[in-house]
Design a protein around this ligand. Structure first.
Ligand SMILES: Cc1ncc(COP(=O)(O)O)c(C=O)c1O
Length: 431
């Protein structure tokens, strides 16, 4: 059997072990320490989000961010339906009700038109949601400009789920206008820089390209093992609001009051990132630009072999004109009537050759753990193990789930590994 090709395994840069060594030398084998402080500082410099707190997971970061916004029983939070459940479970931890919003076909992210219509409807009903949580799916930035504009109009804060989008960028609103007006030479130059992995582009939160998550009330990052940068497990809550981050830091350390003895006036959590894991994060951050460059190269390689039009029935996840996706995963849509077989048959053919691929996230509104409000009204008995939710639209996400397949996209893959995958996909076609 040939070597296993995983979907998106960790890829160490080399310096991680040196920082881990330093953590050992200092004996800060603890959920605090100089590596955590340095990681937070370097993370803020990279993303341009001024304040941040390193945590045990992205899910923990979302929990703290939403708690700060005061979500409680009876409150609704508008979330992307096409996402991973870690984006949504924190709403239920707080007793809130998730409302799933469908995505659009251009970006596969939360549809701003549906979002606006739902906010208008909620405003008329006098029941605005407490927050909006859009996901930057597979490393593609949502339409930040439109989502921010709509949410600002209704006074609803945005918590961006940037778990998959470390290293992704979006174009500032004013620059989008100048691009449309044809004044975009400098935009093109930056584009070239991003392609080459030039690290200064999009940093510091001041240029024409902003890092994913910038501008939201809070942004949630994940360093889970499959992400473009990993600490094995971990997350970050980041914001330009220092008070929000300080409160989250306080809750993440069991809400310990500043006394020598242990004093608590609030309930907190044990959510802090360990000093050892932060050491890994520092090494990973240092090679992130290189990883984004390779992820984009992998997408281009697959696209050149499978997506140039002569193979009917395969489409690739589009890239929004205002953004630079990190291409965390290369995702294709397979239309069985044109390709010959469906994406599950392709997945099984890859698996038979020891290659991991995965379906697109199953939309939240199809998850059996949620009981949609419309469905609930039809039921005579409510299942207590289920959580109430609502859904707006959903057909686009359902279609993407039905036809979508995530291809192996590990940055350590060689071109001959990619050829192995491509050959199998091509062999699946109807002869
Ligand atoms: C979109 C999205 N949101 C949230 C999470 C949760 O992050 P974590 O696994 O670090 O808790 C993940 C990934 O794991 C994710 O992909």
């Amino acid at each position: 059997m040939k070597n296993r090709i995983f979907l998106s395994p960790p890829h160490m840069g080399g310096d991680e072990i040196k920082y881990v060594q330093k953590a050992f030398e200092s004996n800060y084998i603890a959920p605090l320490g100089p590596q955590v402080d340095a990681f937070e500082r370097e993370f803020s410099e990279y993303t341009g989000l001024q304040y941040c707190v390193a945590l045990a997971s992205g899910t923990a970061a979302m929990h703290l961010g939403l708690r700060y916004l005061g979500i409680g029983p009876g409150d609704e939070v508008l979330c992307s339906t096409l996402t991973f459940i870690g984006s949504v479970t924190p709403v239920t931890f707080l007793g809130g009700t998730p409302v799933f919003i469908d995505c659009d076909r251009e970006t596969w992210n939360m549809d701003p038109v549906l979002l606006e219509a739902e906010l208008e409807r909620c405003a008329k009903a006098g029941n605005l949601p407490k927050a909006v949580v859009p996901t930057d799916l597979y490393g593609q930035c949502c339409d930040y400009a439109r989502i921010y504009e709509v949410c600002e109009r209704f006074g609803v804060p945005v918590v961006m789920d940037v778990a998959e989008a470390m290293g992704a960028r979006y174009l500032r609103t004013d620059e989008r206008e100048s691009e449309r007006a044809g004044e975009s030479e400098s935009v093109k130059a930056d584009e070239e820089g991003l392609k080459l992995g030039r690290s200064e582009v999009g940093k510091s939160g001041t240029g024409r390209w902003l890092h994913a998550g910038k501008g939201a009330r809070a942004a949630v990052f994940s360093f889970n093992g499959n992400k473009i940068m990993t600490t094995s497990g971990g997350g970050m809550l980041a914001s330009d609001d220092g008070e929000l981050i300080e409160k989250a830091r306080f809750w993440s350390q069991q809400a310990r009051e500043p006394f020598v003895h242990y004093e608590h006036t609030e309930i907190g959590y044990n959510y802090r990132m360990s000093n050892i894991l932060a050491a890994i994060g520092r090494g990973q951050l240092a090679v992130l630009d290189e990883r984004v460059r390779r992820k984009r190269e992998i997408f281009d390689y697959y696209h050149a072999a499978l997506g140039c039009g002569d193979i009917p029935g395969i489409e690739f996840m589009p890239e929004a004109s205002y953004g630079r996706c990190n291409r965390w995963l290369t995702v294709v849509l397979i239309t069985p009537e044109m390709f010959g077989v469906d994406c599950e048959a392709v997945r099984q053919a890859l698996e038979a050759e020891n290659i991991e691929s995965r379906p697109v996230w199953k939309p939240m509104h199809l998850q059996p753990v949620f009981e949609l409000a419309t469905e609930r009204h039809r039921k005579t008995q409510t299942d207590k193990r289920k959580y109430t939710a609502r859904c707006v639209g959903g057909k686009v996400a359902e279609d993407l789930f039905e036809r979508g397949l995530c291809l192996p996209s590990g940055t350590a893959m060689t071109n001959s590994d990619l050829d192995r995958v491509i050959d199998i996909v091509l062999k699946c076609r109807r002869a």
